[in-house]
Ligand binder design. Structure first.
Ligand SMILES: [Fe+2]
Ligand SMILES: [Fe+2]
Length: 219
């Protein structure tokens, strides 16, 4: 079939599809098989929701799917193991992470994939690393992964506001959805006597800043 110079078929043909290396697929599959059943079910639901959110946000669904498959691979690891793995892989836990090592399950999964599996797709590694707190400077892939993790059907019962986060995500308003989620989560943590990780507030400030730069200047 002849290519149309400016048609969608031409652009699709030129796009290089993302396919994870066989070694990375095997490593993730191996660890997935060892996770508790409930966690595996959560991961499967995030992958299903993630395909729709990725499509809505115009990001590579295969990257989102692979990131979501790997995002919670260390979610069931004991605190001591998370602290040991983080340090071994080059992540220096801060005071918040030292007090609550579960915060390290994303960074450890990202670093494990990058350093031990030798997986090189930076956007996927970042999406996994920061899927709990989010972070300034992340792209649309990380946004899709973050949101799919938070609005999968098994978590929606945790608050009516999660429905709003989901609807914003499906309306392609990823920044608004993430700001709403992080703001509500921070309020909830404070009401329970906990302090949110500062990266969360930095992420909200960065997202708001970016949104204001895109907005037309006030009259
Ligand atoms: Fe997680
Ligand atoms: Fe998760």
């Amino acid at each position: 079939m002849a290519d149309r110079p400016d048609g969608n078929l031409t652009r699709l043909a030129r796009a290089r599809p993302f396919i994870p290396p066989p070694k990375a697929i095997a490593a993730v599959k191996h660890r997935l098989a060892e996770l508790p059943e409930g966690l595996r079910a959560h991961i499967e639901r995030t992958r299903a929701v993630g395909l729709s959110i990725a499509f809505n946000l115009g990001v590579d669904a295969a990257k989102a799917d692979f990131a979501l498959a790997a995002h919670d691979l260390f979610r069931a690891a004991p605190s001591e193991a998370l602290l040991d793995d983080a340090r071994r892989l080059g992540w220096d836990p801060d005071d918040y992470e030292a007090a609550e090592p579960l915060l390290l399950h994303g960074p450890v999964a990202g670093l494990w994939l990058e350093k031990e599996v030798r997986f090189e797709e930076r956007s996927v590694v970042s999406a996994i690393t920061y899927h709990t707190t989010y972070a300034p400077g992340l792209g649309d892939l990380a946004a899709a992964v973050f949101l799919a993790d938070k609005v999968e059907p098994g978590k929606l019962y945790r608050g009516d506001w999660l429905i709003e986060v989901r609807d914003l995500a499906f309306a392609s308003r990823a920044s608004d959805a993430i700001i709403l989620y992080l703001t509500k989560l921070s309020e909830k943590l404070r009401s329970e006597g906990s302090t949110p990780h500062p990266r969360t507030a930095e992420a909200v400030a960065w997202l708001r800043d970016r949104a204001s730069m895109k907005s037309p200047p006030p009259p």
